[in-house]
Ligand binder design. Sequence first.
Ligand SMILES: NC(=O)C1=CN([C@@H]2O[C@H](COP(=O)(O)OP(=O)(O)OC[C@H]3O[C@@H](n4cnc5c(N)ncnc54)[C@H](OP(=O)(O)O)[C@@H]3O)[C@@H](O)[C@H]2O)C=CC1
Ligand SMILES: Cc1cn([C@H]2C[C@H](O)[C@@H](COP(=O)(O)OP(=O)(O)O[C@H]3O[C@@H](C)C(=O)[C@@H](O)[C@H]3O)O2)c(=O)[nH]c1=O
Length: 290
Amino acid sequence: MKYPTILITGASGQLGKSFNKLSIRYNCEFVFADRLLIDFSNLQSITEFFNKNTVDLIINCAAYTAVDKAELEQELAMKINAEAVALLASIAAQRGIFMIHFSTDYVFDGKGYVPYSIDHSTYPINQYGRSKCAGELAMLSTDALDGVIIRTSWVYSEFGNNFLKTMIRLGNERKEINVINDQIGSPTYTDDLATFILANIQHFTWQGVRIYHFSNEGACSWYDFAHGIMELSNIPCTVKPIPSSQYPTPAKRPNYSLLDKSKIKEDFNWSIPHWRDSLKVCLTFLTQKN
Ligand SMILES: NC(=O)C1=CN([C@@H]2O[C@H](COP(=O)(O)OP(=O)(O)OC[C@H]3O[C@@H](n4cnc5c(N)ncnc54)[C@H](OP(=O)(O)O)[C@@H]3O)[C@@H](O)[C@H]2O)C=CC1
Ligand SMILES: Cc1cn([C@H]2C[C@H](O)[C@@H](COP(=O)(O)OP(=O)(O)O[C@H]3O[C@@H](C)C(=O)[C@@H](O)[C@H]3O)O2)c(=O)[nH]c1=O
């Protein structure tokens, strides 16, 4: 086993919980760290953890993900998404630990009209995006670090809070909801991302830091996603398409943030499910849970 002990930070988040759910299939020791064990807003807590523990691989799922709140809590977002990532990266580099980290489609400005390639220039348009971008740069500029930044988008799962769960709640409360149809991207089911990583763990061995993109296949707007959620959950709520101008939010979102996944599919010979197929799978788990 290449990596006998794997640290998963942000263990109580959506992606962290998918890793937990899928980890039973793998024969390694997983250390699931929530914020009580490692607090990313307190750098000392990161250092203390590594002074007491030895791990072979870091999968960093911890992040500040409240996009609108980040406009007001810029410092906290930067601390968790950039400063803590920089420290984690430097510890990983010093100890020769491979580091898997996640970033977002929100590092792009959304002015594109073809899927964003891994080397497209970043230009975030909100504070969350800026903090994630700073985290990427910290990793890329850490000497002797081996690792990967996997940018993903519109993450949802049966765990935690996400767009899927908000739509189901609103759909059950209202006869009609308005959802933006001029922001285009692709949803990502956490199980698909976590499965990809766990199944390929032995291949994460290169030197230096690479960037990859991962989301489900297909493109949609938030309106298409919401419409699909109502349809596949049999919720009789009408979803009305609206322009972003009719749904003002504190943080701007990119209008187009589809990720080009060709590199990850080629390098790992991996096929990724279409977002509608994964949505069906997730809805089955959600129904079992409730
Ligand atoms: N959610 C999305 O739509 C997208 C997410 N991503 C990226 O994917 C990764 C995983 O995201 P996802 O699982 O969806 O995010 P979640 O918000 O579901 O989970 C984030 C985790 O980070 C933890 N966390 C927050 N603050 C701290 C802190 N101070 N110390 C330690 N842990 C902390 C949270 O803890 P607690 O549970 O206690 O709050 C939570 O467990 C992140 O890097 C995110 O930026 C990328 C694109 C889209
Ligand atoms: C609830 C709601 C949202 N919307 C719009 C607002 C927004 O443009 C879009 C998505 O809303 P949310 O606030 O749920 O999603 P948001 O927090 O913007 O999601 C983002 O989270 C971060 C962490 C990421 O990294 C991104 O990839 C992306 O997933 O849907 C509606 O149009 N109608 C509604 O009723």
